[in-house]
Design a binder for this molecule. Structure first.
Ligand SMILES: NC(=O)c1ccc[n+]([C@@H]2O[C@H](COP(=O)([O-])OP(=O)(O)OC[C@H]3O[C@@H](n4cnc5c(N)ncnc54)[C@H](OP(=O)(O)O)[C@@H]3O)[C@@H](O)[C@H]2O)c1
Length: 317
């Protein structure tokens, strides 16, 4: 069997405060066989695009009570990505198929639960979009390439496209002519909310501080909360002032995890694929080359270094 080198990004140890590039290392000594053993029902894949997402910070901390499991120090990290099947022991996949889903931060991975990844059907849009605007959620059964075993009922929280869709349309129930505020508007989620709002005929008034937003909300306004990136690296989260505006302005404010709403994915795809093809939605990606760039790129998310969806290219097909 052909053995090749398999470069990997490994978390050295759990992280406190802001993550640093030195919290991860590039392991150049691992190897992998490019053929699956006889009888395996796994997939052997070549990773093409990896997604860097803010929720990954949570996985770099040892935690028991999070909605995502901690990474294992000493093992390759993992996240959403697009990969190509090199060898398949599973009836639903054959050599050459492309899929997106959770994969390892390494050149090649073994996907031990192929039912947890999704074959790419629309190949007439950029493949990297499946790390951002077009990815869905992995809800029921997931797997960990680092542990090489399935784990059940993990709700990954990436899915920027669906997050924008659910938070805007379902929670905010916007009407033409209303004003829309988008925080973190330059990122993977926020850039879409701004465009959805414009397509619907809303006014996008922009801004960045929840406290200021509360003061400026209109009567009966709706706030959908998908994340708070400024809080992810703090030992003690900030308090929020001006919350009485919720009462005086009759506001509603609702948080959500996109993975709870996976049933809306077909509806979202039906809406967004034509918008992409007609050029009515423009999805900005911040594309970085090379697996070695992944640590510095991930760290950059927390200082706003990226403009648009952060993607790392491991290999191009
Ligand atoms: N609930 C869910 O299911 C779900 C799903 C996906 C994402 N999310 C959350 O949604 C948020 C946006 O995610 P994303 O994928 O769009 O991330 P992203 O592409 O990294 O964009 C986030 C943006 O946040 C801003 N930012 C970075 N660090 C900041 C800081 N310390 N203080 C204030 N702003 C900061 C940056 O904008 P500037 O350039 O303006 O600084 C950055 O472009 C995150 O909080 C993420 O966890 C939630």
């Amino acid at each position: 069997m052909e053995e090749v080198s398999n470069k990997q990004v490994v978390l050295k140890d759990y992280v406190n405060g802001f993550p640093k590039e030195s919290d991860m290392l590039i392991n150049t000594s691992a190897t992998i066989s490019l053929n699956l053993p006889q009888g395996s029902n796994a997939l052997l894949v070549k990773n093409l695009y990896l997604s860097c997402d803010p929720y990954m910070r949570n996985r770099m901390t040892k935690t028991e009570d999070s909605y995502v499991p901690s990474f294992t120090p000493g093992s390759p990290m993992e996240g959403f990505g697009v990969a190509k099947v090199l060898d398949s022991g599973h009836a639903n996949f054959k050599k050459g198929d492309l899929f997106w889903g959770i994969t390892g931060w390494e050149e090649y991975s073994i996907i031990t639960a192929p039912e947890s990844v999704f074959k790419i059907e629309h190949t007439d849009v950029p493949l990297s979009y499946y790390t951002g605007i077009l990815d869905e959620m992995v809800n029921a059964c997931n797997f960990s390439p680092s542990k090489r075993e399935p784990f059940i009922s993990i709700q990954q929280s990436s899915m920027p496209g669906m997050t924008a869709y659910f938070g805007f349309y379902e929670i905010c129930a916007p009407k033409k002519g209303e004003c829309v505020f988008v925080s973190a508007a330059s990122g993977a989620v926020g850039q879409l909310v701004g465009q959805f709002a414009k397509l619907l005929g809303c006014y996008n008034v922009g801004g960045k501080m929840l406290e200021a937003v509360l003061l400026n909300m209109r009567l009966h306004g709706r706030i959908s909360v998908c994340g708070m990136i400024s809080q992810y690296n703090l030992e003690q989260g900030d308090g929020v002032r001006n919350l009485f505006c919720l009462v005086s302005k009759r506001l509603s404010m609702k948080g959500f995890i996109v993975a709870d709403h996976y049933h809306l994915y077909p509806k979202y795809m039906e809406m967004v694929i034509p918008l992409i093809k007609q050029g009515k939605i423009c999805y900005i990606e911040d594309i970085v080359e090379g697996l070695e760039s992944t640590p510095v790129t991930l760290v950059g998310l927390f200082s706003g270094r990226n403009v648009g969806k952060q993607v790392v290219v491991v290999a191009r097909e």
